[in-house]
Write a protein that binds this ligand. Structure first.
Ligand SMILES: [Zn+2]
Ligand SMILES: [Zn+2]
Length: 156
């Protein structure tokens, strides 16, 4: 993934919270689920799954927002209320970073899309793998291998 200009710096809408991504994502995705549509105020959310040790909040701090669920810890800037990233309880080895926070997101393409059952009819993401809902956990590992091959093949 040498085409991703690491490290990537990012910030929320108001700039009070800054983040840095220092490792290439292990997968990228778009999600059409109703929760993502509400939180992103748009047709779908975008996710770069970044290894936890390749992600840092470098200025300010986030607060939990969104669903306030047991499992999904959606992290927001407390001032501008931007949804910046999500940590999943029990899955602490990666962080779901919203790539639109990054200064340079031109490298980003979603490999897979999830929850196409609630996709807005016009919405197209360019993803090469589509799922009605979320893929099963046991399907995740082969998907990550597929992603790597796809991402490397896409480097120009
Ligand atoms: Zn902010
Ligand atoms: Zn979603």
């Amino acid at each position: 993934m040498s085409s991703i200009p690491l490290p990537l710096k990012g910030a929320c809408r108001c700039g009070r919270v800054e983040i840095e991504v220092s490792k290439a994502p292990i997968c990228t995705a778009a999600c059409h689920c109703p929760g993502c549509q509400k939180m992103s105020s748009s047709a779908y959310s975008l996710t770069a799954m970044v290894p936890a040790d390749g992600f840092a909040v470098t200025q300010g701090e986030t607060v939990v927002g969104g669903a306030h669920g047991e499992q999904l810890h959606h992290q927001f800037c407390d001032h501008c209320k931007t949804w910046m990233f999500t940590r999943v309880a029990g899955v602490d080895w990666f962080v779901n970073v919203r790539p639109t926070m990054l200064e340079d997101a031109t490298w980003f393409r979603p490999f897979m899309e999830t929850y196409t059952r609630t996709k807005m009819p016009f919405a197209a993401t360019g993803a090469v793998r589509s799922f009605d809902e979320f893929p099963e956990m046991e399907d995740l590992e082969p998907l990550l291998h597929e992603y790597l091959a796809w991402a490397e093949a896409g480097e120009t």
